[in-house]
Design a protein around this ligand. Structure first.
Ligand code: FAD
Ligand code: MLT
Ligand code: ZN
Length: 530
């Protein structure tokens, strides 16, 4: 199928037919292995004896609290419970971490959350909040026997005001469901990411998720107007503001956005949602060098100004993985060292297309891009996005594990980290074809428009030699280039020891003081974050 409509693009890009079962050097199952217990793979972590151990009286309390309004529990102390029922609450998305919880609580109302936290606080029972469990830093699952407080039954959309665009909803609403609801009202959720079918809006708020269009619609720190949260002592903080402007005192909700469950449980949100765009264009370019990717970004901002909505960079290794492991068709025939997915969203198709045309003419004339295609319809648009959004899933299928780093860096050095990592792993003889070399591939992609690189090291299996080669080396590299060790995935368990690479001792000390104010018994999210 001819996939190109513009004569200006010198080379014609076509969809080649790629078999869904294309042969691959990788295994076909995603993380087929059962992960080791975190407590075994990280023996330096010890269970804190200040936390109480769950008993039958606790279970009776939780059951009686939940039964009236329809909450539920999965109770591992009960012999009749199938242990596999708790597995989903104990294992993280990357299959790197595995906890030992004996209890998952699924409340239905804020009042239930309040009663449960108050009880746990008085008993010193440790808690880990859990949304869709798609987090990538080991935050959403227990390390030892912490109780999982899962928000999935708190999933109501409460109201939507078409004039202001303000949506009010429970924390447990799946992101995609929220967006589908808004689509019917000609609006959209201001955040979109590859895990949208599973992650919850509360989990997104708790991680301050960035996603694919932050460049255009901004951070959740700006689009979340209000929050209802429950503190560890059971206090309900009702800050469900629906106003765009509220300049009264400290903006406490900001403390919860990105706090990963360290300070309390987010139970409801109000979010300001933009109109759904009437015109969306997606272009996919092959680019010969990183330098040209930078030029393409600069030109795109200049030509597209207010309509640019995403600028995503992918290296060739990432696209080879997608070719090998996904059934999506290749948009460009030839391979290129880099690829860019560029999206525009606006209100006037003709106007947007004209701007995009002018940009592409310019990029070709200046030899900034080597090849490219533009989606002609909704299904082609989805195919192009799948080349980008599918990378995470393909990395998960590549071997039996992936070390994931999500960093912010100045754009001029952003991709240097990928090259430096490859060199380091090759020097240490950890990267190679042979089965005793644990590293399969080093991949770089990310939200270039936000200065956010995703560095991924796919491994045959998780291997301490690789981990030691990468940590803290990656974080040192990032700090020495004035970057941030977490652009969007957060700290969780993975980055807790390394916060000092991005925050000063004074800031870390203030974070600890605040933790003490919110959670003096330290029951929320133990062993993680700060
Ligand atoms: P969980 O994973 O369940 O929890 C994450 C953290 O928040 C944990 O520490 C947990 O304790 C805490 N938490 C969860 N819910 C609450 C609550 N209600 N109150 C208090 N604390 C809570 N992230 C991005 O930023 N950008 C991306 O583009 C992106 N793409 C992804 C693509 C894929 C395929 C996958 C698997 C993940 C991706 N992620 C991305 C990471 C992840 O999806 C996000 O961090 C997401 O926001 C997590 O939401 P969740 O509901 O799954 O939270
Ligand atoms: C992405 O941008 O695709 C996500 O942050 C997930 C990942 O880093 O793999
Ligand atoms: Zn991302």
């Amino acid at each position: 199928m001819l996939f190109l409509r513009r004569q200006v693009l010198a080379q014609v890009g076509r969809f080649a037919n790629v078999s869904a079962n294309a042969s691959t050097k990788f295994g076909s199952l995603r993380f087929a292995h059962k992960p080791s217990f975190t407590a075994d793979s990280y023996p330096s972590l010890q269970r804190d004896p200040r936390y109480a151990t769950l008993n039958q009286a606790d279970i009776d309390f939780f059951r009686s609290t939940l039964e009236k309004e329809g909450g539920s529990i999965v109770n591992g102390l009960d012999q009749s419970t199938d242990p596999s029922d708790l597995e989903a609450f104990n294992v993280d998305w990357t299959h790197k971490y595995r906890g030992k919880t004996q209890l998952a609580i699924k409340p239905k109302t804020t009042e239930q959350v309040s009663r449960i936290l108050k009880y746990c606080n008085s008993r010193r029972l440790a808690i880990v909040p859990q949304g869709g469990n798609t987090g990538l830093v080991g935050g959403s699952i227990p390390v030892f026997d912490e109780i999982v407080l899962n928000l999935s039954l708190m999933n109501k959309i409460h109201s939507f005001d078409e004039l202001s665009g303000v949506l009010s909803l429970d924390a447990g609403v799946i992101l995609e469901n929220a967006d589908n609801f808004l689509a019917e009202k000609d609006h959209m959720f201001p955040l979109d990411l590859g895990a949208k079918g599973s992650c919850q809006v509360g989990g997104c708020a708790a991680t301050a998720a960035g996603g694919l269009r932050l460049l255009r619609y901004g951070s959740l720190h700006g689009t979340i107007l209000g929050i209802e949260a429950v503190l560890p002592d059971g206090t309900i903080l009702d800050n469900m503001v629906t106003l765009r402007k509220d300049n009264t005192g400290l903006d406490l909700k900001q403390l919860f956005i990105g706090s990963e469950g360290y300070l309390g449980i987010i139970t409801r949100l109000t979010v300001i949602c933009p109109r759904r765009p009437r015109s969306t264009n997606v272009a996919f370019f092959g680019v010969s060098s990183y330098e040209n990717v930078l030029k393409a970004f600069s030109e795109s901002k200049s030509y597209l100004t207010e309509i640019i909505s995403a600028f995503e960079m992918m290296d060739n290794t990432s696209q080879r993985l997608v070719d090998a492991l996904n059934s999506t068709q290749r948009p460009l025939e030839e391979e290129h060292p880099f690829y860019v997915l560029l999206e525009t969203q606006g209100s006037n198709k003709e106007h947007d297309e004209q701007k995009l045309n002018e940009l592409i003419e310019n990029l070709i004339e200046k030899e900034v891009i080597a090849d490219g295609v533009i989606a002609q319809d909704e299904s082609q648009l989805r195919v192009l996005w799948e080349r980008r959004e599918g990378i995470t899933e393909c990395l998960a299928k590549a071997g039996s594990g992936v070390y994931k780093y999500d960093v912010s860096l100045p754009l001029n050095v952003l991709y240097d980290l990928v090259n430096a990592t490859k060199e380091r792993l090759a020097d240490l003889k950890l990267l190679g074809e042979s089965s005793d070399q644990p590293v399969i591939d080093v991949v770089g992609f990310g939200h270039m428009g936000d200065g956010n690189l995703h560095l991924n090291v796919a491994v045959r299996q998780y291997d301490k030699r690789v981990e030691k080669a990468l940590e803290p080396w990656v974080f040192e590299w990032v700090a020495s280039h004035r970057g941030s060790i977490s652009a969007e995935h957060g700290l969780g368990l993975l980055k807790k020891p390394y916060l000092g690479y991005s925050k000063s001792p004074e800031m870390i000390s203030l974070m600890k003081t605040l933790k003490n104010v919110f959670d003096p018994n330290g029951i929320m999210l133990p062993y993680k974050y700060v």
